[in-house]
Write a protein that binds this ligand. Sequence first.
Ligand SMILES: Nc1ncnc2c1ncn2[C@@H]1O[C@H](COP(=O)(O)OP(=O)(O)OP(=O)(O)O)[C@@H](O)[C@H]1O
Ligand SMILES: [Mg+2]
Length: 96
Amino acid sequence: MPDPVLELRGVIKEFGDAVVTRVLHGIDLRVMPGEFAALIGPSGSGKSTLLNLVGLLDRPTSGEVRVQGERTDALADDERTALRARCLGFVFQFTT
Ligand SMILES: Nc1ncnc2c1ncn2[C@@H]1O[C@H](COP(=O)(O)OP(=O)(O)OP(=O)(O)O)[C@@H](O)[C@H]1O
Ligand SMILES: [Mg+2]
């Protein structure tokens, strides 16, 4: 079986220091080659937060993000940039 193109394991994301807001509460997700996935949910549910992690634009508070089988948490910023350039594409919500 091929590696998932994208895999999340137990991803938690929190914002804030004095007041901590937990936005993602342990996300497990696997997307296989050729699979089409859509992320839906109400405003404020954490879609952009999740996509920022998947796109290697932000780092999770804990948990793993793997892109084409490669763990990204231990990668330096320049290595994350190279992986992003090689494997990921974006169309942002706001383009102007
Ligand atoms: N940098 C941040 N600092 C603090 N809180 C944040 C930050 N980014 C997002 N949040 C909070 O995380 C929650 C999820 O926001 P997010 O933007 O991921 O939602 P969304 O599902 O993309 O919403 P929309 O459909 O409106 O785009 C919201 O409560 C938001 O206020
Ligand atoms: Mg959003």
